[in-house]
Design a protein around this ligand. Sequence first.
Ligand SMILES: [Zn+2]
Ligand SMILES: [Zn+2]
Length: 161
Amino acid sequence: MAGAKLKNCAQCGKIFPSLRGEKICRDCQIKEQDLELQVMQYVRDHPGVSMKEVKEALGVSDKLMKRMVNEGMFTNLNVTNDFLYPCVGCGRMIHTGTYCSDCLAKLRRETKKVAEALHIRIREDKKMNTIDRLNAEAEREFEKESRHLTKISFAKNGRKR
Ligand SMILES: [Zn+2]
Ligand SMILES: [Zn+2]
């Protein structure tokens, strides 16, 4: 199998061909997806449920719960505050993504500034390239012209003799 690397499944330890850098085997992936569906169903069936209850009822690992929370899977569902976790930027409790909306807005502004600074640099680089190109063209033209002139003067000199 081209591109496949044999790996030990991080979940069950079985050796499996990892095609795109997957860490767990196909069986465990299916099991995990199944568990995700069960969690979603459970949360929908138990409004106001806490994360502790879900974990106890379905035997879900912290890791999977955390990933689901991070992916915003419970954003519009009726769950308790233990589904929340702190924003990486300011520590405010959030229920989706890595940053709260305020920090995201700030990050976006900063990213824009960096992007603009980069843009200016790129534009200046381009200008430099244009000047270089024009210089090179002018040099080529000059060479052509001088070769031409040399030929003419040779021809003239030749005729004189
Ligand atoms: Zn596995
Ligand atoms: Zn924040």
